[in-house]
Design a protein. Structure first.
Length: 80
């Protein structure tokens, strides 16, 4: 169970990523990153992206998350 992001737009984007097979990874005590998202391709060639805790524009960050999820060519490649 992951913590809920305090911004609703970013939280919706994270849920979108999870629905596409991406998974959440806690980052510890980072000053800026709230967590990371890892694509379904579970090895070093898979994609990852940071989720910021307080981005300047939460709406833009949420759109960036969705764009990265949609651009990933590993959709459906889980456990390969």
């Amino acid at each position: 169970m992951r913590p809920k992001h305090h911004n609703k737009e970013i939280e919706h984007a994270i849920k979108y990523a999870e629905s596409k097979g991406w998974r959440y990874l806690a980052v510890g005590n980072s000053a800026h990153a709230w967590g990371r998202l890892l694509c379904p391709f579970a090895n070093r060639e898979g994609h990852a992206m940071s989720i910021w805790s307080t981005p300047k524009s939460p709406e833009n960050h949420a759109r960036q998350i969705r764009r990265n999820i949609d651009a990933c060519e590993h959709q459906g490649d889980e456990n390969e």
